[in-house]
Design a protein around this ligand. Structure first.
Ligand code: KG4
Ligand code: ZN
Length: 346
């Protein structure tokens, strides 16, 4: 069984070929990030144009690397949403045309569910040829990306929303804080790197209070960083002092954010008596989140699953894998399928 995955929800154009459930034969990702950097964030029109330019080339690259022909494919899985409508329409239109041309079924995939599916492709070995692990029947999902922050309870195919962000997504907070500090885009990897050398206790940030104990809020800490930065940064005259100030602020911001994520996720695991926690989305690449959640899990005897680092960002391998799972459960996309920018997980 060969599944073609197609992902165009934002700034990446990706196609992957999955053999059976387990073998990622190819996973080609063409990013338009370099085109957005000068603007300090994603420009939707640029993102969708890039998808349109790249999709055919990326598709052929994926076939070539997998050493298969289009006629060999059995199934197509495509991201339906959430995301930018212009980008989504490129992937959905391409997938629908290909499914008609090859006369093979098409499955629509929720991008957020696919991020969590990425953790079931095990970390061993390099592509191609990784082996997947089985999905536990019950688990807590922590989805942390540039646009979403969700804490969910998964029971078989039922997804129950426990909490989500009431304002900014955690990745968005990283991006905004890096922008305030003049560090570039995307901010997550930059701050993560800087934080490793800083003092996490240099600046204390107040934990936001939420009515629902599993909701998150990250706009307060972003504003706190803004005021702190405006007040303090001119006091550091030498480059060395300024670098140290940046490292300490990055470490303190990261320490606060990761503490809140770990605390709420562990509390949910305890309340709902699950033995597995699954993390996904761009921020699941974060070193502190990986270390601290894994340590907390070990202490409580829980299994914490993160995706392989090559699968944390947007990619089509996770779409193919999620699509195949849905196909086996009988799911098929209607001929009227379109992109849904606001598609929800719960
Ligand atoms: O899932 P993703 O690739 O795209 C969305 O669907 O949103 O996530 C991108 C987000 C960006 O906000 C980026 O700054 C963040 O993931 N990110 C990180 C790290 N790597 C990427 N945030 C924190 N630490 C990282 N190492
Ligand atoms: Zn994503």
């Amino acid at each position: 069984m060969l599944t073609l995955g197609i992902e165009t929800s934002c700034d990446e154009t990706s196609c992957a070929v999955l053999g059976g459930r387990d073998e990622v034969k190819s996973n080609i990702v063409s990013s338009s990030l370099f085109r957005h950097r000068p603007f300090g964030g994603i420009v939707p029109e640029i993102a969708s144009r890039h998808c349109l330019e790249q999709i055919d080339f990326v598709f052929h690259q994926a076939l070539e690397q997998a050493k298969v022909r289009a006629q060999d494919l059995d199934l197509i899985a495509v991201t339906q949403g959430p995301g930018l409508i212009g980008s989504l329409l490129v992937g959905v239109s391409f997938a629908k045309a290909l499914s008609l041309d090859l006369n093979i079924p098409l499955v629509a995939v929720n991008h957020l569910e696919a991020h969590l599916e990425a953790a079931f492709v095990t970390n061993e070995g390099k592509f191609p040829g990784v082996i997947s692990s089985r999905r536990p029947a019950r688990f807590i999902g922590l989805l942390v990306s540039g646009g979403h922050t969700h804490l969910t309870l998964h029971e078989k195919e039922k997804v129950i929303g426990l909490g989500e962000t009431v304002d900014d997504a955690v990745g968005e907070a990283y991006d905004k804080v890096a922008k305030i500090m003049g560090l570039g885009y995307p901010g997550g990897p930059i701050l993560d790197r800087l934080a490793k050398e800083g003092n996490p206790r240099a600046v204390a940030f107040t934990k936001p209070k939420q009515k629902n104990r599993y909701d998150f809020s990250f706009s307060g800490i972003k504003t706190a960083v803004l005021y702190y930065y405006q007040r303090e940064h001119s006091k550091h005259k030498s480059q060395q002092a300024l670098d140290c100030f940046h490292r300490d602020l990055a470490a303190s911001f990261q320490n606060a954010v990761v503490s809140w994520l770990v605390e709420k996720t562990m509390a949910a695991a305890k309340e709902y008596s699950v033995s597995d926690i699954v993390v996904g989305g761009g921020v699941s690449a974060n070193a502190a989140l990986r270390t601290r959640l894994t340590a907390a899990g070990e202490e409580d005897g829980l299994c914490i699953r993160f995706p392989h680092l090559s699968l944390t960002n947007d990619n089509a391998a996770m779409i193919a894998r999620r699509g195949l799972e849905l196909f086996k459960k009988g799911r098929r996309a209607a001929a009227t399928l379109s992109g849904d920018p606001n598609l929800r997980m719960v």
